[in-house]
Every structure is written in C-alpha cells, then in structure tokens.
Design a protein. Structure first.
Ligand SMILES: [Zn+2]
Length: 86
C-alpha cells in the first residue's frame, strides 16, 4: 500500500500537467472528457497519468481499486489518495 499525497495545482489540474512522484490532484471538470476523469496521479517513478472511471473507482477513504498500474513503467501497487473526498 502506498499513500499518495495531494499536490494542488493552480489552476486546477489539467491532463497535460505533471505532479511529483506519489502524489495526486483533482482534474479540472471543464477539461476534455471530464465526465470520465477521477484524478491525476503520478507513480513512484514520476510518470503522470489520468485516473479514469472506466478503469477505477476511488473509495471514500481514497483507496483506488483496482490497484495502480503505471502505463509507462513497472510501478504496480495498491494506492490510497490521502485527502480524497467525493
Ligand atoms: Zn511509472
């Protein structure tokens, strides 16, 4: 289990932003395909990608299901988005 901390982007996160390793932020609801966007997150090796509702759900305590699999490297773990509330 890895705890990802929130890294607030200003303005709110867009899909072309990058975040520090093991962090997350909400995505701009006005962005493209926003209905599918849950969050933006970065793996332990610094790759930022979108978390989308077609693949994941995020529990009330921030636990991501299924586990986080980075599309760019071998990072694969159960992740909790600390501070998540939706
Ligand atoms: Zn990665």
């Amino acid at each position: 289990m890895a705890d990802f901390t929130r890294h607030e982007l200003h303005p709110r996160g867009r899909i072309d932003h990058t975040l520090p390793p093991c962090s997350w932020d909400y995505l701009d609801p006005g962005g493209k395909d926003w209905l599918d966007n849950l969050a933006l997150a970065t793996c332990g090796n610094g790759h930022t990608c979108r978390i989308v509702s077609r693949v994941h759900t995020i529990a009330a305590d921030g636990t991501l299901r299924p586990s986080y699999v980075c599309p760019y490297c071998s990072y694969h773990t159960t992740v909790r988005f600390v501070g998540w509330h939706q």
